[in-house]
Design a protein around this ligand. Structure first.
Ligand SMILES: Cc1cc2nc3c(=O)[nH]c(=O)nc-3n(C[C@H](O)[C@H](O)[C@H](O)COP(=O)(O)OP(=O)(O)OC[C@H]3O[C@@H](n4cnc5c(N)ncnc54)[C@H](O)[C@@H]3O)c2cc1C
Length: 493
């Protein structure tokens, strides 16, 4: 390799929320330093309408924008549209797929994750991750009469709610739906929404790119060639998720069917060997459906295709070869409380990393949009502080887990150990539920509130956040804490 290389003080890989927020932080904190953003596609993800709802809760939209938006805003930024294919941490450079090499002083890897598929290379199995896979899904859905959705996380929840005009078989390995986000009680509260009429959508279409039309002549095609950014909470806005049937919606929920995994043909993905789905793929000639799926409960379903919505694996491959990164059990790059990996001068943020510092008892990592933004922002601050030889303390946003989202058209707020994560049997739950209106659950440990699930327009998020952060002993209030006749906000103000 011939030196000198084009050198930036800061190189960030990945134009998703984590990478872009990191770039923005660095560019505004040290406007004189050279920053380079290397990302696989021509678009970046930008945070818009950011709103700090309370001390830790935040809400924002994410919009896909051309990279020029960033370059115009930050004159110190160089945008490089190419994938990174190799990293040499000894000599401090990255090599891109188009053969260019860039040196760095500090590098931040924000390459996100890719879908954990039930099986690779099966044309009947689709994952949803980025704009292209969502578009492919839409294309196939409009001709489909029945699909099988496998998975129980946020994507599966949204899918089964949004899809219309197509029968949906929803296979869930757990006893209740949505167990990543809430318990069986909340699941029971939400299930009737699957059958109810959906309200008209008022949200603006933020992604006019989702369409079955061919791109305009001359439009850039490169986006499809490289892995794109993960979609976010409103990924289905602007896409018509309609199948080939006239029926509005028909979802069959199949829960908890333990067994081992078998495939009639194709390879068993090791990721699923310990899981409890049983999925057989038969050749299409054997029946009238293109593919048949057999679940652990012994039932077989024909369908047009299977959506594998079973989580993501961190996108680490191009960075590992020849380097000595410590990886977490989930495959993420381990980072410490300064967002530094185990390799000097290499940081990581967002879905690609695993937070390996001593977590606050009220926080846990979840690969979500909010955390991608917080980590990218904090990584930028750490990188800037380190080149200026300054110290920095773990940011307050990692003190309390907090997340606002929507499921089945209800506002959902999750705080702290909202599902009693890691608390063992020594915790108490208080629940208040009004069918079709709200579901409020509080997790108490040692008389103190350590978590909450708020579904519906409860208006309790700020009060509960304060109660959790203040570690106040709530024993004297007992069940009155959720008494609807007591205005709890005024009470604690
Ligand atoms: C369908 C869907 C729905 C979701 N719903 C929600 C939700 O409701 N709420 C929520 O909070 N979160 C949700 N998420 C999760 C959320 O979108 C992710 O946690 C978040 O976007 C991760 O951001 P990131 O910047 O770490 O990674 P990404 O957004 O995945 O960005 C990674 C970037 O790295 C680039 N890249 C990858 N490899 C390379 C390489 N080798 N070289 C160069 N560039 C590379 C990619 O092109 C991309 O720009 C959802 C995800 C999906 C897929």
């Amino acid at each position: 390799l011939k030196l000198p290389l084009p050198l930036a003080v800061f190189v960030i890989v990945g134009g998703g929320i984590a990478g872009v927020t990191c770039v923005e932080q660095l560019s505004s904190q040290i406007p004189s330093s050279e920053v380079a953003l290397i990302t696989a596609g021509p678009h970046i993800k930008a945070v818009t309408n950011y709103k700090q709802v309370s001390r830790t809760l935040e809400e924002f939209d994410v919009e896909e924008k051309p990279s020029s938006v960033l370059e115009e805003k930050y004159p110190n930024l160089t945008f490089i549209q190419s994938g990174v294919k190799a990293l040499n941490t000894q000599s401090h450079f990255v090599e891109t797929t188009d053969g260019r090499v860039f040196g760095y002083e500090k590098l931040c890897i924000c390459s996100g994750g890719r879908p954990k598929l039930l099986t690779q290379d099966n044309p009947y199995v689709l994952g949803i991750r980025d704009t292209d896979s969502a578009q492919e899904f839409q294309k196939r859905l409009c001709k489909a009469k029945r699909i099988v959705v496998v998975g129980n996380g946020g994507i599966a929840l949204e899918l089964v709610y949004e899809v219309e005009g197509c029968e949906v078989i929803w296979a869930v390995k757990d006893k209740a739906i949505g167990n990543t986000f809430f318990d069986a009680g909340a699941a029971q509260f939400l299930i009737p929404s699957l059958e109810a009429d959906k309200p008209e959508k008022t949200a603006p279409c933020k992604r006019p790119r989702y369409t079955t039309e061919e791109p305009a002549p001359g439009a850039s095609q490169t986006f499809t060639a490289e892995p794109g950014s993960a979609l976010g909470p409103d990924w289905h806005e602007g896409i018509v998720l309609r199948g080939a049937e006239q029926v509005r919606q028909c979802v069959h929920l199949l829960t908890y069917a333990p067994c081992t995994l078998h495939f009639c043909s194709g390879n068993i993905s090791p990721l699923f060997q310990n899981d409890i789905f049983l999925v057989f793929f038969f050749p299409s000639s054997e029946g009238s459906w293109p593919v048949y799926v057999q679940l652990t409960n012994g039932k077989t379903f024909g369908c047009d295709f299977v959506v594998s919505a079973t989580g993501v694996v961190p996108n680490t491959e191009p960075f590992l070869h020849g380097n000595n990164f410590a990886l977490a059990d989930d495959g993420g790059l381990q980072v410490n409380d300064q967002m530094m990996t185990s390799v000097p001068d290499v940081y990581a943020a967002g879905d690609v990393c695993t937070a390996c510092w001593d977590h606050s008892p009220l926080w846990q990592q979840m690969r979500l949009w909010t955390q991608a933004r917080q980590m990218g922002w904090y990584a930028g601050r750490c990188m800037a502080a380190h080149v200026l030889s300054e110290q920095i303390e773990l940011d307050f946003c990692f003190e309390l887990f907090s997340h606002i989202t929507r499921f089945f058209n209800y506002k959902v707020v999750l705080l702290g150990k909202f599902n009693g994560q890691g608390l063992g049997p020594d915790h108490e739950l208080l629940v208040r539920c009004t069918k079709g209106q709200e579901y409020v659950k509080v997790v108490l440990s040692d008389g103190r509130m350590v978590g909450a699930v708020l579904i519906g327009e409860t208006d309790l998020e700020e009060t509960f956040e304060n109660l959790i952060l203040n570690r106040m002993d709530l024993t004297p209030y007992g069940e009155d804490l959720l008494n609807p006749d007591i205005d709890i906000e005024d009470y604690f103000d």
